[in-house]
Write a protein that binds this ligand. Structure first.
Ligand SMILES: C[S@@+](CC[C@H](N)C(=O)[O-])C[C@H]1O[C@@H](n2cnc3c(N)ncnc32)[C@H](O)[C@@H]1O
Ligand SMILES: [Zn+2]
Length: 346
């Protein structure tokens, strides 16, 4: 009996594939993750590596292993070209021909494609890569949202071809325009250096002085809204607003650390927030995780500790308020300089 041992049981270049998979997370154009959010989606390059390594045989020699390692590193690049994918498909079919005991001279186009079944297919990463590698692919998921994502990712592109991309763009824009017409007034743009219409006055750009990088009269779009509950400091000599926020991280990646710095304003007795960016965690100059802990908070104005009992009492008495912050970006939807607008607590 021949032992059908596969590459995935022998060796895969995990370190290299992990690095490519991590990079894939920041791809914002042309990736299926931008069509529909699916939290559990696995990186495509990792799925491709798993499918390939599950379908080719384990190497018997050091030389063959080295060669397969190279093939996999090349294949698991986001930009892997058609030739690379074709070479991988060929290796899969050669392995399949041997596995099925077909004569060695059977043309590869007569070898039945391997069948791949993913019974927990989710966002469809594994079946998509199995299709790319020429397999006869089946995807199942009990979640109807996942099922629709799988149809749109795996079935419709094959069924409708390139015109599907135009339709997605057209109807995507239609949805955006109609949603904007219906609720856009609730999400006003932030205008720099202009008096805001009265109804927008609750949101002001911070810092108050015009940031150097922004030209006057420029309109900024909010890309996200953050909010925190606030409670009044129990110190009779203080009474400032205390945010009940545990941590203020916005981004914590290698060489890009962004967090909100909480700044007490002693005149208004409110806290203000400033977006601080640094290339190291220490470079921020403050600890973004130094907020509430187990329900206890510290007043940023006077240092009084608000224990969990006091916070609960205030909640029961209906004296917990909210403070809204709006994250605005000069290049919406892209990595750009981030600014913050903030409202006083309501
Ligand atoms: C970790 S996710 C899969 C992620 C997927 N590999 C991807 O890259 O998007 C697991 C999936 O299994 C599905 N699932 C859980 N139990 C299931 C069951 N009994 N039958 C079918 N699908 C199931 C869930 O709905 C979920 O979508
Ligand atoms: Zn205080």
């Amino acid at each position: 009996m021949s032992i059908d041992r596969r590459l995935i049981e022998d060796f895969i270049p995990i370190r290299e594939i992990s690095a490519k998979a991590a990079r894939e997370k920041s791809i914002r154009k042309g990736h299926i993750s931008t069509l529909h959010l699916w939290w559990a989606r696995r990186p495509l390059v990792a799925a491709r590596a798993a499918v390939f390594a599950a379908l080719v045989a384990a190497p018997e020699t050091y030389q063959k292993r080295t060669c397969l390692k190279k093939t996999m590193i090349d294949l698991c690049r986001w930009e892997a070209g058609e030739n690379t994918v074709e070479r991988a498909k060929k290796k899969i079919l050669e392995a399949q021909r041997e596995r099925l005991n077909l004569p060695a001279d059977t043309p590869l186009n007569e070898v039945p494609a391997p069948k791949v079944l993913d019974i927990f297919a989710g966002g469809g990463a594994i079946p998509l890569e199995a299709l790319r590698l020429g397999c006869e692919t089946y995807a199942i998921d009990l979640n109807p949202v996942a099922h629709i994502i799988e149809l749109c990712t795996l079935v419709y592109p094959q069924k409708y071809g390139k015109k599907l991309a135009l339709e997605v763009e057209k109807w995507g824009n239609w949805v955006i325009e109609n949603v904007r017409a219906e609720i856009g007034d609730l999400y006003p743009a932030i205008k720099i250096g202009e008096d805001l219409p009265e109804e927008f006055e609750q949101i002001e750009l911070l810092p108050k002085s015009k940031p150097k990088q922004l030209s006057l009269a420029k309109t900024l779009t909010s890309v996200a809204y953050l909010w925190t509950r606030t409670v009044k400091c129990p110190n009779p000599g203080c009474g400032a607003s205390v945010p009940l926020v545990r941590q203020t991280w916005l981004c914590k990646k290698s060489k890009k650390y962004v967090a909100l710095k909480v700044i007490p304003n002693y005149e208004t007795k409110q806290v203000e927030f400033e977006v601080v960016e640094a290339t190291t965690e220490k470079g921020l100059g403050f600890d973004p995780a130094a907020g509430s802990s187990r329900g206890n908070s510290v007043c940023r104005h006077c240092g009084t500790t608000l224990d969990v009992k006091y916070v609960k009492q205030e909640g029961v008495a209906g004296r917990i308020h909210q403070q809204l912050m709006s994250i605005v970006c000069t290049t919406p939807g892209r990595e750009g300089k981030t600014y913050l607008a903030s409202s006083p607590p309501t």
